[in-house]
Design a binder for this molecule. Sequence first.
Ligand SMILES: [Zn+2]
Length: 120
Amino acid sequence: MAQDNFKPAVVWLILNGKTEEALTLLAKNYKVNVPSVKVGLPKRHKVKAYGCYTAKNETISVLNSDTLTNPFVIIHEFYHHLRSKAVDKMHRGTEKNADKFAFEFLREYQEAVKRAQRIT
Ligand SMILES: [Zn+2]
């Protein structure tokens, strides 16, 4: 896949409920393991959040099935996965950087949509 289609494709897949395919594509691109994804946050999670990442079992947990199709949440959590692949499996990467990482995907997706609309 051409690099300029990669980010829009990831967002499109998540929006269309193909979250596992999107994560596979992301993992392949960044050469990391494919993280697992599950609905329901871990019980110990006190703060109300839409998603969280557990480095120990490489799992992205999301609040509910709606969140599973929210590209911003999924890509944000994937960023934590990306940053935690080091040997010590610590939760890495700042929230600000995770947001920036996810935002960049959405921005490219929106630009691709605009381009597509011009040619119809
Ligand atoms: Zn985060």
